[in-house]
Ligand binder design. Structure first.
Ligand code: 5AD
Ligand code: SF4
Length: 470
């Protein structure tokens, strides 16, 4: 198999050259009509940000984008490996393209993302789906133009993964999905190796972007009218490791906060072991950073946290939460939780329930443990049957529903700054969000989408608020 010959120094010029070749080839094939691409993204915001780069590159090659695969010349699935359920959906959806490819053999189907960095999965997909022409992993994103051109020009299948490249490639064009909500990656990869998690294996070691590159991109976003900017990284709190500059995540976000304008700054995801008081103080003293802290705790039981390799305990987690509650008035705290980690008992699970009650989270992302091949947890004894885990999961949801409803009810009568995001197609109301990331539904004109408004909260419906724009 021929490896890509990415020129690390002049990669932008080199890949631009391939984008021009793609444009010429497609123009001949389509007889001057605009080529169309369908990009489907699974998983986290990091994948969404990667897809925005792929769309950026395809735009340079003259592509437009469609919402259905049927009309596309190029179909790409950007995949997620974090849980089995996400993988199953990809297998199902790629399999379903077989008929389309048979009808229109000129369509090119490609797969990329985290699943492709797992050797056994990438090989299985490559073998099971001979109609897939191009496979590349997360570390080959910057050579996408070259790989795509090679598949187009030679008509042969191209398969490139396991590229051990630690360089950060700046300057790749981005075509953003939103016009007022934007993603801004600050770092890539993860060094934490939580025992259940596949991310460090598929996204590689931590690499931080230079602060100046991030600041420039933030300015560009703010100056072009973005109102809600989320700084992205698997563990933003360890931002800066390995950089020449003496910088922490708190300092970085503090610097971005100084850029003038009317916008909110958010960040995802924080790790409790590295979440510093300095960061919380920065949020408390900032002008633009939202009053929302997403701080995944995964389990409330200390022995389980140890087995997960999380490097904090319940006491330390609660210390950070209490500090945040003290410093940031009305802070909205959300978290990720795993139910049914190998060896977890009902008593351990009750520790998670008691933590939820103590913290009173605004909302939770809850997952049943899913074994990932190659991670230490997949080798651990897991005696609890799936039905039992599902029962615990339902118990957790019902406890959280009560907490969220109580929290939302306590906000009735308050006045909140909100960002109008969309129209809810079911009830015609404007779907908005407050700084704490809680949904607020209001009556109003769709012309308000993308603007900040002030609303009086009139009603709480479980975890959603209703309000009146004033
Ligand atoms: N099983 C279930 N949930 C997982 N997560 C990560 N790996 C797994 C797994 N193997 C969850 C964690 C993480 C979120 C992004 O996904 O809660 O914070
Ligand atoms: Fe996975 Fe843990 Fe890294 Fe988060 S911090 S990406 S859960 S290994």
């Amino acid at each position: 198999m021929q490896k890509s010959d990415l020129n690390k120094e002049n990669y932008l010029e080199q890949q631009n050259y391939y984008l021009n070749l793609i444009a010429e080839l497609m123009s001949v094939r389509k007889r001057g009509e605009t080529p169309l691409a369908f990009i489907h993204t699974y998983g986290c915001q990091q994948n969404v940000a990667d897809s925005e780069k792929i769309k950026g590159m395809l735009s340079v090659a003259g592509f437009d984008f469609v919402d259905k695969p049927d009309d596309a010349d190029f179909i790409l699935f950007n995949t997620c490996a974090v849980r089995e359920h996400a993988e199953d959906r990809v297998f199902g959806n790629v399999g379903a393209l077989k008929t389309l490819k048979r009808k229109h053999p000129q369509i090119m189907i490609a797969l990329c993302g985290c699943m492709m960095e797992q050797k056994h999965i990438a090989e299985r997909m490559y073998k099971s789906f001979p109609f897939v022409s191009l496979v590349f992993g997360t570390h080959s994103l910057q050579n996408f133009p070259e790989l795509y051109y090679r598949a187009l020009f030679t008509g042969k299948r191209v398969y490139e993964r396991d590229n051990d490249d630690k360089k950060i490639y700046e300057g790749i064009p981005v075509k953003r999905d939103g016009t007022f909500k934007g993603w801004l990656p600050v770092m890539y990869g993860c060094d934490n190796f939580c025992t259940y998690c596949i991310v460090p294996y598929v996204r590689g070691r931590e690499r931080s972007r230079k602060p100046q590159d991030i600041l420039n991109e933030a300015k560009e976003l703010i100056n072009s009218g973005y109102k809600d900017i989320t700084l992205l990284g698997q563990n933003v709190n360890s931002y800066g490791k390995g950089l020449e500059e003496d910088i922490t995540f708190a300092k970085l976000i503090g610097e971005i906060d100084k850029i003038p304008g009317d916008y909110w700054l958010r960040f995802m995801t924080s790790h409790p072991k590295d979440c510093s008081k300095e960061l919380i103080d920065t949020i408390a003293n900032s002008e633009h950073i939202s009053t929302h802290l997403h701080l995944p705790f995964q389990s409330g039981s200390d022995p389980i946290l140890k087995k997960m390799n999380r490097h904090y305990d319940r006491k330390k987690y609660l210390e950070i939460i209490n500090y945040a509650k003290e410093k940031i008035p009305n802070v909205s705290i959300t978290s990720d939780i795993i139910v049914g980690f190998p060896g977890e008992t009902y008593e351990d699970f009750q520790e998670t329930i008691s933590l939820i009650k103590e913290v009173e989270f605004t909302s939770l992302f809850t997952f049943i443990y899913s074994p990932r091949v190659g991670t230490p947890a997949a080798e651990m004894d897991d005696p609890i049957p799936p039905e039992e885990k599902s029962k615990w999961f339902r118990e957790l949801l019902s406890v959280q529903e009560g907490i969220a409803a109580k929290r939302c009810a306590s906000m009735v009568g308050k006045t909140e700054k909100i960002l109008v995001e969309s129209v809810n197609e079911k009830n015609g109301k404007l779907q908005c969000r407050n700084s704490g990331n809680i949904i607020v539904e209001c009556e109003g004109e769709s012309s308000l989408i993308g603007t900040f408004q002030t609303a009086e909260i009139t009603e709480a419906r479980n975890w959603i608020l209703r309000g009146k724009i004033i």
